[in-house]
Design a protein around this ligand. Structure first.
Ligand SMILES: [Mn+2]
Length: 384
């Protein structure tokens, strides 16, 4: 008898997506769409366990449309006797009393899912056929310091025929863990577990530590440009008491993200034109594109750079474009002189002098009056 597991994490459902402007609803739908692929896969392939390793929601207060959608999907899976187990991560763990509870608690109340919300290891036993399966979950503890290993000194239950650990932390030795943050050390990975699964790192990766299979399924949609070259998806696993027998990685249809480096030159004519030519070669209506403009140009040449024109040029050619001009430098022949030192009241005086010289004789007393009143107000506020 073997146990089938669908393992996922970092689904980041309902991101704010504000940077996408009017297309934010479409972008939100991308995340939902990727999760939908998992649900359909599960309904078709009937795993015993559907494990979610944190950051299921992108925030502590997901919108009602997403919540309603998720509640419906969890219900469908529950009706097929698929056991869903979740822990919370950086994005869906409450950090204050005011935030109260994780949105995952709401789903747990329906009885459709098991949410292991304790930041200490908590075992949950399941029986599939003749096998006893222990899923020990440990939700993120936001208060731990960088030196604290959340598993140090913890007793772990290994009462199952198959023992699975589910959490949301960086683990030493994996790509994306840089130290200086709370993490699980290699020595804390239990030896007698068949699977140690975690969310947090968005790149899918796996390793064997202390004889145990350690796995990050990775995110199901691209959350940032750091993920532009990565394949997104989830893990489909078959386990028994000896360990992982079969493992497959199934992709989700994450929206492509791409960075385009465009080096402009002073000799190449209009900068806008130069960048347009490069953009044309990379066009793709589904793409999220980041354009990094670099080069050294004169002030005159810089005046041929029209970001708004480029933005409207990109509108139908890409899903969304971001411009980064940090690498675009202006060559100046002479240093720009700083303006003389002044004070708010001196500047105010200058403005009123100009105003006075432009008004008709009979209006002058009113301008003087306004000038005096403004000075009085400013002085009351401590301006000198
Ligand atoms: Mn995440």
């Amino acid at each position: 008898m073997t146990v089938h597991v669908l393992l996922t994490a970092d689904n980041h459902l309902d991101p704010s997506a504000v940077q996408y402007g009017p297309r934010r609803f479409e972008r939100k739908r991308d995340f939902q769409h990727s999760f939908n692929v998992l649900v359909n896969f599960a309904l078709e392939n009937r795993p015993d366990l559907f494990l979610i390793g944190g950051d299921f929601y992108d925030g502590i207060l997901p919108g009602n449309p997403t919540r309603a959608y998720v509640a419906e999907q969890f219900k469908r899976l529950h009706e097929k006797e698929i056991k869903i187990v979740l822990v919370s991560g950086h994005h869906d763990t409450p950090r204050s009393i005011e935030q109260g509870v994780s949105p995952l608690s709401v789903h747990a109340k329906t009885g459709h899912v098991y949410f292991l919300q304790d930041p200490r290891p908590t075992p949950k036993m399941f029986h599939f056929g003749g096998e006893t399966v222990n899923v020990t979950g440990m939700s993120l503890s936001p208060g731990l310091g960088p030196e604290q290993d959340p598993l140090a000194g913890q007793e772990l239950s290994d009462e199952g025929d198959v023992n699975i650990f589910l959490t949301h932390y960086p683990i030493e030795g994996f790509e994306g863990y840089f130290g200086q943050e709370t993490h699980i050390g290699k020595s804390s990975i239990p030896r007698d577990y068949q699977l140690f699964a975690s969310g947090h790192l968005h790149r899918h990766q796996k390793n064997i530590i202390n004889g145990t299979a350690v796995m990050y399924p990775g995110s199901t949609e691209r959350v940032s440009f750091n993920e532009e070259g990565e394949e997104k998806g989830f893990c489909w696993l078959e386990l028994d008491k000896t360990g992982v027998l079969q493992q497959e990685f199934h992709s989700t249809p994450a929206r492509p993200m791409e960075t385009l480096d465009s080096r402009v030159t002073g000799e190449g004519g209009s900068l806008t034109r130069q960048i347009q030519d490069v953009l044309e070669k990379r066009r793709g209506a589904e793409k999220i594109l980041r354009i990094r403009v670099t080069g050294r140009v004169s002030l005159d040449q810089l005046s041929t750079y029209k970001r708004s024109a480029l933005q409207s040029y990109c509108q139908d050619r890409f899903f969304h474009t971001e411009f980064d001009e940090d690498g675009l430098n202006v060559l100046t022949t002479e240093a720009i002189e700083s303006l003389p030192r002044t004070t708010p009241l001196e500047e105010l005086g200058r403005s009123f002098q100009v105003l006075l010289s432009n008004v008709k004789e009979e209006e002058r007393p009113f301008v003087h009056e306004a000038w005096k009143a403004t000075i009085a107000r400013l002085q009351e506020e401590g301006v000198s």
